[in-house]
Design a protein around this ligand. Structure first.
Ligand SMILES: Cc1ncc(COP(=O)(O)O)c(C=O)c1O
Length: 368
């Protein structure tokens, strides 16, 4: 007979009841659990790129020596990324998605440490911060346009503040941080993590500011622009000192061989990916127009590959569930300030049309 163990006796306090992250539904589960054929679905819940990877990625992966370990220093991938964003190779580290790099950054700090998170935003800052024993200090964004409340952040900084997290374009609100706002935050002293996962869908980015400000760390990814969410390839741009720290604290071969090859191929086929990003930006404007003409729907302007909408008088979770039954997968939020809101990925025109058709029938019995 096995004696029972109370694992909580062994586990750090902050890990006893971690708040689980609720991701979008994986594609195979969409088909299996809901019984849809692939062409009956608009998957608009995870901000994936419907146009997929550059052709060169598949070619390089087909030729890859998968029985060999990849370069732990990720040299070719870092060189390609550095040339893509206009920094030196010593300013770049690759990761198993940007998520891994956010996690690695959170592990750097001495206790006691505080993390300032302007909410609503990407849930993983709080998630990884808590796992690393940081106290999370929320700085609510202004509800009218979801802009950062920089004055409030200034008031919230204490000697224990280690990091301020800024997502731009912000997930889920789509707004961007201005250079002036970023510089004000950088002048406060703590490190600033600027998450630019959606940079390629915005009119500008601040990645190269990391060359000027040693307390700025910028995370980016190939999941969105590069259409490689399944491959897990992200990177961080920062000062050589911080990159050195991260290179020695990461798992030795954290970035897989496919991810390293994929990153290089994306940079080589930048034009192909830029053309797809342009299609998504055009579709974003069309979708924003279509949604804002619906009665009771508010759409915030977005610089990302998604839009945040409020459906007045609706329960967000129910609306999401009703849309799912019609083959349209979107993202809802439990946060009180996002009541009645859905985040909708901008994909192909036919995906937007499917969404609009489904919205027109919500409230009637669904087909499946
Ligand atoms: C703001 C933001 N940062 C980071 C990520 C994670 O990127 P990756 O797929 O590279 O881990 C996401 C994914 O949706 C995101 O929305």
């Amino acid at each position: 007979m096995t004696a029972s163990i109370d694992f909580d006796d062994f586990i750090r306090e902050e890990l006893r009841e971690p708040e689980a992250y609720e991701p979008g539904i994986p594609w195979d589960r969409v088909l299996r659990d809901y019984g849809f054929a692939p062409d009956e679905v608009a998957k608009l819940d995870s901000n994936e790129n419907p146009y997929g990877p550059a052709p060169l990625v598949r070619q390089r992966l087909a030729e890859a020596n998968l029985h060999l370990y990849p370069d732990p220093e990720q040299l070719e991938a870092r060189e390609a990324i550095a040339s893509y964003v206009g920094v030196g190779v010593e300013n770049v580290i690759g990761g198993n998605g940007a998520d891994e790099l956010i996690d690695l950054v959170m592990r750097l700090f001495r206790s006691p440490g505080e993390l300032i998170v302007p909410t609503p935003t990407f849930a993983m800052y709080g998630f990884y911060g808590r796992l690393s024993g940081l106290a999370i200090v929320e700085a609510p964004r202004r509800e009218s346009d979801w802009s950062l409340d920089v004055e409030l952040i200034e008031l919230l900084v204490t000697p224990q503040t280690k990091l301020i997290c800024v997502c731009s374009p912000n997930n889920p609100t789509g707004d961007v941080v201005s250079r002036a706002e970023l510089e004000r935050l950088l002048s406060l002293g703590p490190l600033v993590l600027l998450d630019e996962a959606y940079a390629e869908f915005a009119h500008s980015n601040h990645t190269a500011c990391a060359l000027e400000y040693p307390n700025l760390l910028v995370t980016r990814t190939f999941s969105k622009w590069g259409g490689l969410a399944g491959l897990r390839a992200g990177y961080l741009v920062g000062s050589p000192q911080i990159i050195k720290k991260l290179l020695v604290t990461k798992s030795p071969v954290n970035m897989s061989l496919p991810a390293q090859l994929g990153a290089v191929a994306c940079v080589e086929q930048k034009q192909f990916l830029d053309a797809n990003a342009a299609k998504i930006r055009n579709e974003r404007e069309r979708l924003t127009g279509l949604l804002s003409r619906l009665p009771g729907v508010q759409v915030w302007p977005s610089q990302a590959n998604f839009v945040l909408c409020r459906f007045a008088g609706r329960d967000g979770r129910r609306l999401r569930d009703d849309l799912r039954l019609r083959g349209v997968f979107t993202r809802h939020f439990d946060a009180p300030r996002l009541r009645g809101c859905l985040r909708i990925t901008v994909a192909r025109p036919e995906d937007s049309d499917r969404l609009l058709a489904a919205l027109a029938t919500v409230g009637e019995p669904a087909g499946k």
